[in-house]
Design a protein around this ligand. Structure first.
Ligand code: KG4
Ligand code: ZN
Length: 347
């Protein structure tokens, strides 16, 4: 089965073709970073309009790169939520309509399911069961994955997501949008020992996260500083160290609690080098393995949606004829293909 995947939940337009036997045949990505940069964050209406402009050309590009005609596609998968509703509706409308016009089945994919399956696109792919640390701009959670659509949320953030904390702290430091990768780059040259920021929620039992206090601690520190480049790098390094310590400690706790043999890390913050180094060394000391997608598949992309779509379509799942998208959608509502989903939220 060969599936066209479409991702438009936020500020990247992603398209890919995944073949069940041959793997990834093509993928194309258009980032809206330049469009939103001067506003310091994503402007939802501009995001939707830009997806409308870029999606069909990207689909053509992806098909051409794979040397395929529409008739070679066996199914279409699109991100159906969670995310910005206008942006999601662009992908859902185009994906659903193309599938109908081509006489092929369609399936709506949960964006975070896409992220958690992304490491399986790699040559050295993890096998289930595993624990997934999902760290993106909108979500931070630990999930026990026992099969496709069998997800148990072990812990999640009570306030800001890890990526959001990176982005907000970057803004405090005067770094350009999108702040996370910029802050990570700056942290490389800083001294993490110069400031001692809190490691939130470490002393409490459980697997939930909280990052807003850390952001406030950085804000209060920065307020009394005359920031120069050196100090900025030190604040960035100390902030990153606090996030990495917190995420690593919770991962270790989750692995001990579940006894899972494998940890999978995905979502934009999963591209962070310091986080990967720490988790690699943790895994080296422990009796579990850790897997990541390549950095470009940590952040939003069409490949993870095409892959999740291939798994669900080949399991017999089919979207109805209506064009559906959901801004809010909890991962633990998902079920394996063929089993009816338990709906908690409808908007
Ligand atoms: O998964 P993603 O592309 O989009 C969402 O689904 O939210 O994640 C984007 C987030 C942003 O907050 C971005 O700042 C962060 O991931 N990010 C990073 C790095 N690369 C992206 N954070 C820390 N270090 C990085 N290298
Ligand atoms: Zn994402």
């Amino acid at each position: 089965m060969r599936v066209l995947g479409i991702e438009t939940s936020c500020d990247e337009t992603g398209v890919a073709v995944y073949d069940q036997r041959q793997g990834l045949l093509s993928h194309a990505l258009y980032s809206q970073v330049a469009l939103h940069a001067r506003y310091g964050g994503v402007v939802p209406e501009l995001a939707s309009r830009d997806h409308i402009r870029k999606l069909v050309p990207l689909i053509n590009e992806s098909l051409a790169e794979a040397g395929l005609e529409p008739g070679d596609i066996d199914g279409v998968a699109y991100t159906a939520g969670p995310g910005l509703i206008g942006a999601l509706l662009v992908g859902a409308a185009v994906g659903r309509s193309l599938a109908w016009a081509w006489g092929r089945p369609a399936v709506g994919i949960h964006h975070m399911e896409g992220h958690l399956l992304a490491p399986m696109l790699e040559a050295s792919a993890p096998t289930m069961p595993f624990v997934a640390l999902l760290v993106s701009g909108g979500h931070t959670m630990l999930v026990e994955v026992s099969g496709l659509g069998r997800y148990r949320i072990l812990g999640e953030t009570l306030d800001d997501a890890a990526g959001e904390a990176f982005d907000k702290t970057a803004k405090l430091l005067g770094l350009p949008y999108p702040g996370g990768p910029e802050l990570a780059r700056l942290a490389e040259s800083g001294d993490p020992g110069r400031f001692d920021f809190p490691r939130p929620m470490l002393r409490r039992p459980g697997l939930d996260f909280s990052f807003s206090g850390l952001k406030t601690a950085v804000m209060l520190t920065v307020r009394h500083l005359d920031l120069d480049d050196g100090l900025r790098a030190d604040v960035a390094a100390a902030f990153q160290a606090a996030v990495v310590d917190t995420l690593a400690a919770k991962c270790r706790r989750a692995m001990a609690q579940t006894g899972a043999p494998t940890l999978v890390v995905a979502g934009g913050v999963g591209a962070n080098r310091a986080l990967r180094e720490r988790l690699d060394s943790l895994a080296g000391e422990a009796d579990w393995d850790v897997f990541y997608p390549r950095p470009e598949f940590c952040t939003d992309n069409g490949a993870m949606i095409a892959y999740a779509g291939m798994l669900r379509l080949s399991g017999g799942e089919r979207a109805g004829l209506s064009i559906d998208a959901r801004a809010r959608w909890s991962l633990d509502e998902l079920r394996p293909p063929g089993e009816k989903e338990k709906r908690k939220s409808t908007h």
